[in-house]
Design a protein around this ligand. Structure first.
Ligand code: SF4
Length: 457
């Protein structure tokens, strides 16, 4: 199924659609207030864009420097060209330690590599320790948002899920009660874990250290209670110097949740005493994006989720409608880069309003990238036939202004008098969730000509 069909499924529940829309708009407004609290916000965005662009242009140099400096700190560095290699390396490390229990903090890369099902097939218990991630793990769902993985669920859903899996009181929807129950449950998992897996928000080339940002401190427990820490990072997570980090940390939390800073910004510079630390650097389809003409900027993304919170399509269609690890505007540009045929509907899940590009802390030109993808879809002959015919007709109409004027005139005269059953039928997708707009008596062109005449008389 493509995005339109999956979105239609989500919007069937009208109340949930409105609630989802409002919940994300609330976060978007918080982001606006937080960004305005920094007078140099725009300068910071430009600086971040410049650092990322420079890093990507010299990625090989920075990755090698990171490897050298990380190794000097006692970190074992591995390279994986795809998801299979990443998962295999992870399993090898686990087997080496005879590990059967893993605690994992939020990492979109391991999600992309489908690490959990892979390890579970090998008889290893993997527990996601981010609260939202744990909720969806119980429900056997993927995350619907990269920062707020369970944003599609209400507290009533969480209460039911916890009752089923950790035995909380039936019907108790109190968020504090539920959070405490989850904390007690997770503490046990942390204490019994053999290995902790984390993602990487930033890998610093000149120190060889990594930085992980969380609001719950779960990465810190996962990386320090078990003796072995595995950190999985995409090749794009590199920043050149420690001093560059402040630019990104100031932008990240404000853009993501409207907080001045993420609660825990933890630096890992080597294994704990008597332990081991591994970093797996993963390509998995990123190199071709880096070398592409239009889409390389997409790798500058710091996964704040701001483009999702602002996107009018994402807010009303939900994360699952993208059928991709990364949903929303950034997902709609990254995923078609990897498999255009599979994700051919995503570039159209966009109103081209450019709100995503306006909020992106790294100034990624997201809406233009989606526009380029649309052209690629057409060039590859992947456009839906109905849409192709409609666009072909629209193109023809715009080239024949007299016919366009006539059609407009007829529509203004006829449509307002049509019976509702005719207007709000399956023929009119627009009318499915909203009232048709009022048709004006005159077209813009007619009004303009009249105005010019009045001016001249
Ligand atoms: S594209 Fe920009 S706004 Fe969207 S998640 Fe990435 S950094 Fe955030």
């Amino acid at each position: 199924m493509g995005h339109p069909e999956l979105a239609a499924k989500f919007t069937q529940d009208v109340e949930r659609t409105h609630w989802h829309d409002k919940a994300l708009w609330f976060v978007r407004e918080k982001r606006d207030r937080a960004s305005k609290s920094i007078p140099e916000w725009e300068a910071l965005r430009r600086k971040a864009q410049q650092i990322k662009t420079h890093t990507m242009e010299n990625l090989d140099t920075y990755l090698e420097a990171f490897e050298k400096n990380a190794k000097a700190k006692g970190i074992q560095v591995h390279w994986a060209k795809n998801a299979e290699e990443h998962n295999r390396i992870t399993l090898q490390i686990l087997n080496l330690h005879n590990a059967k229990k893993v605690v994992k903090s939020k990492s979109m890369l391991t999600e992309e590599c489908h690490l959990n099902p892979y390890l579970e097939e090998q008889g290893i218990e993997v527990v996601d320790t981010d609260l939202g991630e744990r909720i969806i793990q119980f429900r056997k769902e993927p995350p619907s948002h990269i920062v707020l993985p369970a944003i599609h669920l209400k507290k009533e859903d969480v209460s039911k899920t916890f009752q089923e899996h950790i035995g909380t009181e039936a019907g108790n929807n109190d968020p504090t009660y539920l959070t405490r129950a989850a904390r007690a449950h997770l503490r046990e998992k942390f204490l019994g874990a053999d290995v902790g897996i984390t993602g990487v928000n930033y890998a610093i080339a000149d120190t060889g250290g990594i930085v992980v940002c969380t609001n719950e401190g779960n990465a810190d427990l996962g990386a320090t209670i078990p003796k072995v820490h595995i950190a999985s990072m995409g090749i794009e997570k590199i920043i050149p110097r420690l001093q560059d980090l402040a630019v990104f940390t100031r932008l990240l939390a404000r853009s993501a949740t409207g907080q001045p800073i993420t609660s825990y910004t933890s630096h890992f510079h080597g294994p704990i005493e008597g332990g081991e630390m591994h970093v797996i650097i993963v390509d998995n389809g990123r190199s071709p994006i880096l070398g592409s003409e239009h889409y390389s900027q997409a790798l500058n993304c710091i996964r704040c989720g701001a483009c999702m919170n602002t996107c009018p399509v994402y807010r009303r269609s939900g994360g699952f409608s993208y059928e991709a690890t990364i949903p929303g505007p950034i997902g709609s540009t990254l995923e078609p880069c990897k498999d255009l045929a599979k994700h051919k509907t995503l570039p159209y899940a966009c109103s081209l309003c450019a709100s995503c590009s306006n909020v992106c802390p790294i100034r990624i030109d997201l809406h233009h990238q989606l526009y380029f993808h649309r052209q690629d879809v057409v060039k590859a002959g992947l456009l839906d036939k109905k849409k192709e015919r409609a666009l072909g007709f629209a193109g023809w109409l715009f080239q024949h202004p007299k016919v366009l004027d006539f059609c407009g005139k007829m529509a203004r005269k006829v449509v307002p008098h049509l019976p509702r059953w005719m207007m709000y039928s399956s023929m009119n997708a627009w009318g499915e969730h909203r009232e048709m707009m009022d048709f004006p008596e005159k077209s813009f062109k007619e009004l303009y000509v009249e105005r010019q005449k009045r001016k001249q008389s």
